[in-house]
Ligand binder design. Structure first.
Ligand code: GLU
Length: 418
């Protein structure tokens, strides 16, 4: 994930540098925003099912809490690196700022391969992480959530471990929990739903009729699966023509039934072999002649090498960091409308914030209220970024940076940090 050619933290710093220059940030504020405020590195001994102890490495990076307690998911991935976690923590800072919720940004990660671990091993690893990192977490300090290969069940184990440490239930110390343990309605599809609201707004902005549009999804985890079905639910129509996951992809220019392919993926663990489709590689999927492309896998799939071949009019980044800075410029010059990751996938953290609010006053909202408030937050964030894009004549990611960085810098200045 963090090859030297595309070190995600270097990319995050490079993106910030460009925004800082345009905003005319003073050198001190800029320097403070280039680095995480705090980070914790832990080693986690875990008893495996075969009786042996294995030691895993884990991280928690609290990037910036000028606007409020830090917030960000925990990833379980064999290729996790501290620089990936730093970049993702920086992006969380811009994400909470661009949707204007009173939180900062953080991220956590454990180097492990959850696909090769039993539920018992995963539970012991999750609990061990909280034994170590719990001291820097809490509703008012730093609040984790699910991310790549972490689930509501993992959040439940982590919340429970924190309960044993503290001696009381602090549901708001983590979000993305199952509903019976203080979860929020609407959290499960929130990332995709927020992205589809953005697609709706972007379509209006560029005059694209979503009913006549085709779309492809690269990456078929939580966000990708929900995007497939929500396009129809929210926009009323649209034709899904290709889907891929880490094993490979499938395409049918005549259209793929979204509900059925989601069911197939849940039953078989793959999209390959879905009836009525032809195989397609992940690389070829990105270059399909579609109206809307959803990158929903891992970082750096659209680079200078392939950006020139990406034909979609709207690129809705549900994953974090799919496009490199060089690719951004190529896509912008070609007239593509990129909805940048930290705007497009901000629905997840927005409903996580709603979950924290509900936990804090121990009173829970019905689903329509969650959807209404999410729509309001996403739509106004999209409009602010779009306005900045038009005013400054810059690509959408840079416009989103200008909106987000300005707010964090202002909070730091008001506190007297810089
Ligand atoms: N991991 C998700 C993200 O990258 C959600 C974070 C959260 O809900 O705190 O935005």
């Amino acid at each position: 994930m963090a090859s030297q050619a595309h070190n995600p933290f270097k990319i995050a710093q490079q993106q910030l540098d460009e925004a800082a220059k345009m905003l005319g940030l003073d050198a001190g504020t800029h320097a403070a925003l280039r680095e995480p405020m705090r980070e914790m590195h832990v080693s986690l001994p875990v008893r495996m099912d075969n009786g042996a102890v294995r030691v895993f490495k884990g991280f928690r990076v609290q990037y910036n809490d000028a606007r409020g307690p830090t917030k960000g998911g925990i990833r379980f991935h064999p290729d996790e690196t501290i620089d990936t976690v730093r970049a993702l923590a920086a992006w969380m800072t811009w994400k909470t700022s661009v949707v204007d919720i009173p939180l900062g940004g953080s991220k956590g990660g454990i180097i492990c391969n959850p696909k090769e671990m039993s539920p018992g091993e995963l539970e012991r690893l999750s609990r061990q992480y909280i034994r170590q990192v719990g001291r820097i977490l809490g509703l008012e300090k730093d609040c984790p959530a699910p991310d790549v290969y972490t689930t509501p069940q993992i959040m439940a184990w982590m919340m429970d471990e924190f309960y044993w440490q503290k001696g009381y239930n602090d549901f708001g110390m983590i979000t993305g929990k199952p509903l019976p343990l203080g979860g929020s309605r609407g959290r499960n599809d929130a990332t995709a739903r927020g992205g589809v609201y953005c697609v709706r707004e972007a379509s209006k902005a560029i005059g694209l009729d979503p009913c006549k549009s085709s779309y492809a999804i690269q990456g078929f985890g939580n966000a990708g699966q929900y995007a497939a079905t929500l396009m129809k639910e929210i926009l009323g129509c649209g034709k899904l023509v290709a889907v891929s996951d880490s094993r490979g992809g499938v395409t049918n220019p005549g259209g793929i039934n979204a509900e059925e392919i989601v069911k197939y993926k849940l039953d078989t663990g793959k999209v390959e072999g879905f009836p009525g489709t032809k195989p397609i590689t992940n690389e070829a999927l990105l270059e399909l002649d579609v109206d809307i492309l959803f990158p929903a896998a891992l970082e750096h799939c659209i680079t200078a090498a392939n950006a020139g071949n990406v034909k979609a009019r709207i690129i809705a980044e549900l994953s974090n960091g799919p496009t490199t800075p060089e690719a951004d410029v190529i896509l912008y010059k070609r007239g593509a409308y990129v909805i940048p990751d930290f705007l497009c996938n901000a629905g997840g953290v927005t409903v996580s914030y709603f979950e924290m609010v509900q936990n804090a006053y121990n009173y829970y909202w019905e689903l329509p209220l969650v959807h209404k408030r999410l729509d309001e937050k996403m739509t106004s964030a999209f409009q602010a970024v779009h306005k900045m894009r038009e005013q400054q004549k810059v690509h959408t990611r840079l416009a989103a940076y200008l909106v987000a960085v300005q707010r964090v810098a202002e909070a730091m200045k008001l506190r007297g940090w810089v």
